[in-house]
Write a protein that binds this ligand. Structure first.
Ligand code: FAD
Ligand code: NAG
Ligand code: NAG
Ligand code: NAG
Length: 647
């Protein structure tokens, strides 16, 4: 993948390329703690410290300001440099006497992880803090720098203080407990319900939807009140544990289990409020509600409906904060677009109401990157009157995979129709499903069967191979059940137990480019190499005339996918499918090197490193705004997963 190669090259140059630096005053001040390198940020005046270390990180310790300090990107002579405390350990004195050599033997952590089991990165000189905790996280509180601190991967004892408890301050050398032990003590002290790894309920609670990625949280918190969530976040921050909320648990990357072992999972299964205000149509919805129960609740209470995806087990917490596409999205917008306010617990434990008028920055950020900024305990969602009926349609084609030209021409015709304003408006949406033999198209139309059969169907099917067709009018609730693929949309509040073992990724296709005949031909050839891999591709229509999705921009929310015609989901069963699925993306992307494809946040792909994920999911402009806000509201990266903002 061409764009990935150049991205990696850009990454490697960070901290290495210092050619002809611009005058200090003209440089942009670092907002993410990095300096020098290709971005050329200066530390001068940054919140991380004024000195740019030889590894490209801002700080104010002697490791930043001493030998190797990169004076072109910050003031090495500035008085802000703090020397090591007199009472430092032998390890520190040794380091101070012989500063790091120009060729570092250890990589500096760029994602907050460190230590032996995490690739051996050091915390020294990072914005996360200089100490590598027993569980492999960089930080600067007693929980990181005290007992269990991994001396080989950071400066234990160099920057204890902030946030450390008085006991550990007075006797920093006294071994206390592990980070998870100290978190449990803290939770006990505040009467917050939780399950630990030895509890019998633990295994069932942590089992993610994607069984391929079964991470083990250090503790599962089971809040009943907002205060429990607030207390748990404070306990995690003090103990040096990373936090992720779990709503429906359907993250493709199991990020609600932390995205790696040892996190605090805050399971929102008790936050199940669904309350429709009949006057305003705004529904108050708990952060742990699943989509099926949401749809059922608001319809039962007041014939209301709201836009979201089809699978009833998906949670509001992930779905409504990372897009959220369903058949209603071209008419009503993405799931996210209907959130009018949210109650959010921030990294310091504060509960804040976020909306376009209150904490608007947080409101902007949680719609795109909630997992990095807080925990939404309650969503306020603008519903609408459910249509009395909706037209559901499904065309199952035969023989599409018999020849490359049939496949390519079929898709190109559907693509023409998708852009044809005399056929398509906001009232229609559809997706294509294909798996190397089958090829079908299904969707919904906010209009009558007669209108569909006269205005849409003939042009859609014109020139295409024969199809079995279904076009039927359905009541709203029956339609929801039909597309759910289940016999009911109601889902159990506890003990949800549907799972798959899979790898999936996405491609967003800009409307200006579409898919070319070459890309489709290459895709056809590539799919013929599947062998025994079980996979499918779903290609959903996002753009086209009248699309409500694409009527918004990045001022509205931290969500960039507002100009796609199609969004592809490439899904393979089992870990053995990974190479093949990656190859689907490559086949398309390599065929259109001039097109800038992106990726869809709700199909989060664990195979990307953080920098690639940030680029594909947010692009540089939105990402840098998010990174600056992250530094302001969660400087210790309490909310973290391997692709989180700041990771
Ligand atoms: C079977 C299936 C069908 C799907 N169908 C669709 C579809 O039709 N349309 C579509 O657009 N997508 C669909 N998806 C993708 C789905 O939208 C995402 O996987 C979504 O993010 C899952 O939300 P969740 O709450 O279940 O996930 P979780 O795993 O609980 O959470 C996902 C991420 O969001 C964070 N998070 C969760 N809750 C909160 C909260 N309250 N506050 C802050 N952060 C939170 C988590 O920490 C994690 O990082 C489907 C996925 C599956 C597995
Ligand atoms: C540092 O990172 C590079 C690139 O990820 C890796 O190849 C190398 O092995 C790492 N070095 C150490 C000492 O871990
Ligand atoms: C758009 O659809 C109409 C039928 O409604 C058809 O006559 C016309 O040829 C189509 N235009 C294109 C560019 O395909
Ligand atoms: C918590 O963080 C928010 C966001 O940074 C800030 O506005 C608020 O004042 C903080 N609260 C406390 C008690 O520090």
């Amino acid at each position: 993948m061409k764009f990935l190669v150049s991205l990696t090259a850009g990454l490697l140059s960070v901290g290495l390329a210092y050619a002809s630096p611009a005058p200090l005053a003209k440089r942009a001040v670092s907002t993410d703690g990095s300096c020098g390198g290709s971005k050329g940020f200066t530390c001068q005046g940054s919140s991380f410290g004024n000195c740019c270390s030889q590894y490209g990180w801002c700080g104010s310790s002697t490791d930043h300001c001493g030998i190797g300090c990169n004076s072109a990107f910050g003031q090495c002579t500035s008085s802000s440099a703090t020397s090591k405390p007199a009472t430092t350990s032998k390890v520190l004195s040794t380091r101070a006497a012989s500063p790091p050599t120009p060729t570092p033997t250890k990589n500096v952590s760029n994602d907050g992880t460190c230590g032996g089991s995490n690739g051996g990165s050091t915390c020294s000189g990072t914005s996360f803090g200089n100490c590598c905790s027993a569980s492999g996280w960089c930080g600067s509180t007693a929980a990181y720098c005290g007992s269990g601190c991994q001396v080989g991967f950071g400066n234990c004892g160099s920057n204890t203080g902030a946030g450390s408890s008085s006991t550990s301050k007075t006797s920093p050398a006294t071994p206390s407990v592990t980070p998870s032990g100290s978190a449990l003590q803290c939770l006990n002290g505040k009467n917050v319900p939780y399950k630990m790894t030895s509890d019998s309920e633990y295994a069932g609670l942590v089992e993610p939807y994607n069984l391929r990625l079964p991470y083990k949280p250090a503790v599962v918190v089971l809040p009943i009140t907002n205060q429990h969530v607030q207390d748990a976040v404070v306990c995690a921050a003090q103990a040096g544990l990373k936090v992720q909320a779990k709503s429906g648990g359907h993250s493709y990357a199991s990020f609600s289990s932390g995205g790696r072992d040892g996190a605090m999972q805050i399971n929102l299964q008790s936050l199940q409020t669904i309350q429709l205000d009949q006057g305003s149509g705004v529904a108050t919805v708990g952060g742990g509600v699943r989509l099926g129960n949401l749809a059922d609740g608001i319809f039962t209470q007041g014939n209301a409906a709201v836009s979201h995806g089809t699978c009833p087990g998906v949670g509001i917490g992930g779905h409504y904060t990372h897009g959220g596409y369903g058949h209603t999205s071209r008419n009503w917008g993405l799931a996210m677009d209907q959130v009018v306010a949210a109650d959010v617990v921030l990294a310091n434990g504060t509960l804040t109401k976020a909306s376009s008028t209150q904490s608007p920055d947080i409101f902007w950020a949680i719609r795109g990157a909630a997992e990095s900024f807080g925990i939404v305990t309650t969503f306020y969602v603008q519903t609408r009157a459910a249509p009395s009926s909706i037209t559901y349609f499904e065309f199952t084609f035969s023989g599409i995979f018999n020849s490359k030209s049939v496949f390519t021409n079929t898709f190109l015709h559907i693509q023409d129709v998708a852009k044809n304003a005399s056929v398509v408006d906001n009232r229609i949406s559809f997706g294509i499903y294909l798996d190397g033999s089958g090829f079908s198209l299904s969707g919904a139309f906010f209009g009558t069967v007669d209108e569909f059969n006269s205005g849409v169907k003939p042009e859609l099917l014109r020139t295409l191979p024969s199809a079995e067709t279904t076009v039927q009018s359905m009541g709203w609730y029956d339609y929801l059940v039909k597309v759910s693929g289940e016999s009911t949309i109601k889902t159990p509040v506890t003990g949800y137990d549907l799972h798959e073992d899979f790898f999936a990724k996405s491609v967003t296709v800009p409307e200006s480019a579409g898919l070319t005949s070459k890309a489709l031909g290459d895709l056809f050839d590539y799919l013929k190499t599947a062998g025994s891999v079980q996979y499918y591709i779903i290609i959903n229509l996002y753009g086209g005339p009248g699309s409500a999705i694409n009527s918004k921009d990045t001022n509205f929310a931290a969500y960039v996918d507002r100009d796609s015609l199609w969004v592809l989901q490439n899904y393979g069963y089992g870990g053995d499918s990974i190479d093949f699925i990656n190859g689907i993306n490559s086949a398309i992307i390599n065929a259109q090197p001039q097109t800038s494809f992106g990726a869809y946040l709700n199909y989060v792909d664990p195979s990307y490193d953080a920098a690639t994920a940030h680029k594909l999911y947010y692009g540089d402009v939105v990402y840098s705004r998010l990174a600056a806000l992250k530094q302001q509201v969660d400087p210790q990266s309490v909310f973290w997963n391997p692709q989180a903002i700041g990771a």
